[in-house]
Design a protein around this ligand. Sequence first.
Ligand SMILES: CSC[C@H]1O[C@H](OP(=O)(O)O)[C@H](O)[C@@H]1O
Ligand SMILES: Nc1ncnc2[nH]cnc12
Length: 474
Amino acid sequence: MAYDLKQEEEVKEYIENLGIEYRFGCYKEQKPEVCHLLGDYLEAIKKDYDKAAKVFKSNCLDYKFGKSCLKIGNYTLVGRGREKGDHVEALKYFEKGCEYNEPGACLHAGLLLTATGPGVTIPRDVPKGYNYLKKSCDQNDPMACHYLFGMYLTGVPKNVAEFNPHNPEKNKNIEYIIKSDKKQAFQFAKKACELGHMYACANIGIIGGSGFDDPTLFENQIEKDVTTPFGKPSDVLIEGQIKGVPCVLLARHGRKHQFQPSDVNYRANIWALKQVGCTHVLATTATGSLVEEYKPGDLVILNDFIDRTWGRKCTFYDRTEGGPKGVCHLPMRPAFCERARNAMITAAKARGYSHHETGTAVVIQGPRFSSRAESLMHRQWGGHLVNMTTVPEVVLAKEAGLSYAAVALVTDYDCWRENETSVSVSEVLAMFAKNVKKAADVIIDAVQVLAAETDLEYLSAHKELVSSAIMLKE
Ligand SMILES: CSC[C@H]1O[C@H](OP(=O)(O)O)[C@H](O)[C@@H]1O
Ligand SMILES: Nc1ncnc2[nH]cnc12
């Protein structure tokens, strides 16, 4: 019978008939896949969780239907269709579901057995949990592959309390159940990415500024020539891994430094990184200092900017064909991603490098350096540093919903100090070359810190902020 689903009565009748069909298929014809549909029907349409739980439970135990074991496992975990949650019983259902080859059930069993934290009531059994995760990943569950990536990336400590997720250096002498293995980590990340886990794909973009062109940072490099709706980025993207984490490197000014700051296609650079799946961008920048305490050779994790540039394309929302639609009024406080900044701060601290956790960069148009009067004015404005590239890069990264942070290397005192000559390009490059290892180490370690994080809510928050800032959506 055909239903006119625009008519309310007919929709009701259709839904009732659906229930009758499912009951018939389940109870009379004894088809497990239809019983599972009946459970879904009772849950989603009837909101009768008690009955749904009974159907899922019997379909799991009597008919060995893995998907229903996963469902009843989840019900048991959170206390749906029963009085309260029970982790131990939930695990039994997940294990059954896994036995019946349901990858989601293997994933949940693996997670429960390897989880730590105050809410966990199941004794930790990492080897058993690992096997469940592995079975799930082998059956192409992207989440399971991503968890295995995380396990191999950092290693799984015997005593979790001894492990410091923010300081890899401090974990060197602790005992591990699974030892860190970057090659294995990469294989699992690769598989998770291929299966569509967005956070596992080439996920950390690195924009190398003046003097930062060290491709030896990367293992297994591949050059990728890409184009975007906003034109071509400054150079090819170099994809590879840093200690097992998929990353992409881009030279901000091109590998031959062929683009001066006002000619860099910042939009194409950021878009290209986003296009290949980056969720984060970590950048370096050579900067002059505007205050005595920020000394040449110091690192600064930028947290704000003053924009003195002009004529640069500083939004994706300008109706470019293939670009996003609408008008975007994005707040700039905070301008940089706090989580990515913290990862850099953690890295600089752990290495013992002289650094400043905050700093405001005055971004000038260039290519000339500031006059003395300008430099003195920038000081009065409260700037700590001066450079030519942070705007619009940070703005565009934020518009693209990416997590962006920049480590500035102080190369000079600009030209505000009494009795001192003005900054020169040779001074900047020489100072950067002398200290480039510090910037590279901070990037390398920050990549590890970010990749080991499991709470990725902040990445969704970046995207939601952009959605909420768009007017005139089509
Ligand atoms: C080479 S001197 C001026 C130049 O250095 C900085 O470049 P980047 O930010 O790409 O490291 C500064 O912003 C100027 O563009
Ligand atoms: N003094 C300065 N002014 C602008 N950009 C710079 N990059 C490095 N030093 C700089």
